[in-house]
Design a protein around this ligand. Structure first.
Ligand code: ADP
Ligand code: MG
Ligand code: MG
Length: 254
């Protein structure tokens, strides 16, 4: 059973010629099959956590550990992280000129599985996954992220998730910018992947809206660079009613 373990993680970022500590001791364990929601005010460091796990060069880990089944994630290259089974939705946010969605997905699947998927079954797999996400088949021939709308980017994320079948998936603000219909389609995709029981999901979100469609097993409130409180799905209901105010008193967030 794959387990992602984050232990006392400290991360800094360079901004305006000074070094700012953003993550101040994050502790979190996500196991395959579990869905964790990380919620918190803007500026609390949620995306910094996601980028740090993705190995983004702008973020410097100054303390703590991250392991996947005991292996040191922080020592891995971005590609090695993907091969180890970590899926980070923001890993490929940039346009990939001349590479179609279809080729990109097959290359990714080859890297992760260690062998190229058979072309004929692969084409069928992609087509069926796209149908489930209400995606136009022509989308497969477009270049990755080139002119994608917000909704298309999110659907592309979930398409990758369904096809690449990672052990641990980290989705940052997958719900932002989606209308209700798109939100439902994307949520259904996450739930399908989750039903298999093989993927552990870390769902990062500012709003409780997506949690009407995806019921988390655990909810963590992020405030000022660390987890301020953890609980079950009921904690999200409390946040919906009360907001983040009690966590930000005296703090700089929001
Ligand atoms: P959240 O996702 O919870 O809204 P972020 O992780 O995006 O929070 O940001 C946390 C804090 O770190 C903010 O004060 C933000 O300005 C700062 N920060 C994050 N990334 C960068 C960056 N690349 N350069 C400068 N400051 C950053
Ligand atoms: Mg600490
Ligand atoms: Mg963010």
């Amino acid at each position: 059973m794959a387990t992602l373990e984050i232990n006392d993680l400290h991360v800094t970022v360079e901004a305006d010629n000074s070094t700012k500590e953003i993550l101040k001791g994050v502790d979190l364990t996500v196991k395959q099959g579990e869905t964790h929601a990380i919620m918190g005010p803007n500026g609390s460091g949620k995306s910094t956590l996601a980028y740090s796990l993705a190995g983004h060069p702008k973020y410097t880990v100054t303390g703590g550990t991250v392991t996947l089944d005991g292996e040191d994630v922080l020592a891995m290259t971005v590609d090695e992280r993907a091969r180890a089974g970590l899926f980070l939705a923001m890993q490929y946010p940039v346009e990939v000129p001349g590479v179609s969605v279809s080729n990109f997905l097959r290359t990714s699947a080859t890297a992760i599985r260690g062998e190229a998927p058979k072309l004929r079954t692969w084409v069928k797999e992609v087509r069926e996954a796209m149908e489930r996400l209400n995606m136009d088949p022509a989308f497969a021939e477009r270049n990755v992220n080139e002119g994608f709308s917000g909704g298309e980017k999110k659907r592309h994320e979930i398409l990758q998730l369904e096809l690449l079948k990672p052990h641990i998936a980290i989705l940052d603000e997958t719900d932002s910018g989606l209308d209700v219909d798109a939100l439902r389609v994307v949520s259904e995709g996450v739930n399908r992947v989750r039903e298999g029981g093989e993927v552990g999901t870390l769902l990062i979100t500012h709003y409780t809206r997506i949690l009407r469609y995806i019921k988390p097993d655990f909810v963590h409130v992020f405030a000022a660079g660390r987890i301020a409180e953890s609980g079950g799905a009921e904690l999200a209901d409390k946040l919906e009613e009360e907001g983040y105010e009690s966590y930000t008193k005296g703090g700089a967030s929001e």
